[in-house]
Design a protein around this ligand. Sequence first.
Ligand SMILES: Nc1ncnc2c1ncn2[C@@H]1O[C@H](COP(=O)(O)OP(=O)(O)OP(=O)(O)O)[C@@H](O)[C@H]1O
Ligand SMILES: Nc1ccn([C@@H]2O[C@H](COP(=O)(O)O)[C@@H](O)[C@H]2O)c(=O)n1
Ligand SMILES: [Mg+2]
Length: 191
Amino acid sequence: MYNVVFVLGPPGSGKGTICSKIQQNLGYVHLSAGDLLRAERERAGSQFGALIENHIKNGSIVPVEITCSLLENAMIASKDANGFLIDGFPRNEDNLEGWKKQMGGKVNEQFVLFLSCPVDVCIDRCLHRGQGRTDDNVESLKKRVETYNQQTFPIIELFEKVGMVREVNSERPVTEVYDDVVKVFATANQK
Ligand SMILES: Nc1ncnc2c1ncn2[C@@H]1O[C@H](COP(=O)(O)OP(=O)(O)OP(=O)(O)O)[C@@H](O)[C@H]1O
Ligand SMILES: Nc1ccn([C@@H]2O[C@H](COP(=O)(O)O)[C@@H](O)[C@H]2O)c(=O)n1
Ligand SMILES: [Mg+2]
C-alpha cells in the first residue's frame, strides 16, 4: 500500500519548493498535479491538451478522471518509493470523490500538509516566479485565488475535522518552513 501525503495551500504558498526538498532528503516522491497536467497538455497526441490549458488559464479544476489517472500512473512508475507527496490535490469535491473511488483501498493517507500564507504574499511570489507559466498573471491569479477560497479551502476544512491537517506557516524563509515540515514528517513516521 502506498503512503501518501497531500500537500495543499494557496497558489504560491511554496508547495513545490518544500516538496522538492522533502523528496531530496526524505525519500518521498513528489508528484505535483499541476506539473502532471502541464506535461499532459504538452504531450503530442493528447486528447486533453486544449481542455487542460483552458482550465489552467481560468484557474478552474480539471475533471478528476484525468488528474487522478495521471497521478496513479506516476505512482505506478515509482512503485518502490517510501511514499508520495501529492502536491495540489485534492483541490475540490470532485477531486476528493474521484480519488476515493479510484484509489480507495490502494493508499495509506498519512496526513495533509497545509502550507498557510497570506494571499497577497502568495500572489507576489507567483508574479515573480519567472517560470513563464501561462497562469502567473494578475487575471489568472485572481481566478486561482477565488477557486482556492471557494473550493480548496473547504476540502482542507474537511480534513481538519478528521484530524488529518498539519499546518505550517509558509510566510517565513524557506529554511524555517522546511525545518518545521521535517518535524511534522518525523512525528508522523515514528508512529
Ligand atoms: N518561503 C518562501 N519564501 C519566499 N519565497 C518562496 C518561499 N517558498 C517559495 N517561494 C518562491 O515563491 C514562488 C512560488 O513557490 P512554489 O512554486 O513552490 O509555490 P506553489 O505553492 O507550488 O505554487 P503553485 O500553487 O502556483 O504551483 C517561487 O518563485 C518560489 O521560489
Ligand atoms: N488537482 C488539480 C491541480 C491543478 N489543476 C490545474 O492546474 C493549475 C495549476 O496548478 P498548480 O498546483 O501548479 O498551481 C490549477 O490552477 C488548475 O487549473 C487542476 O485542475 N487540478
Ligand atoms: Mg506548484
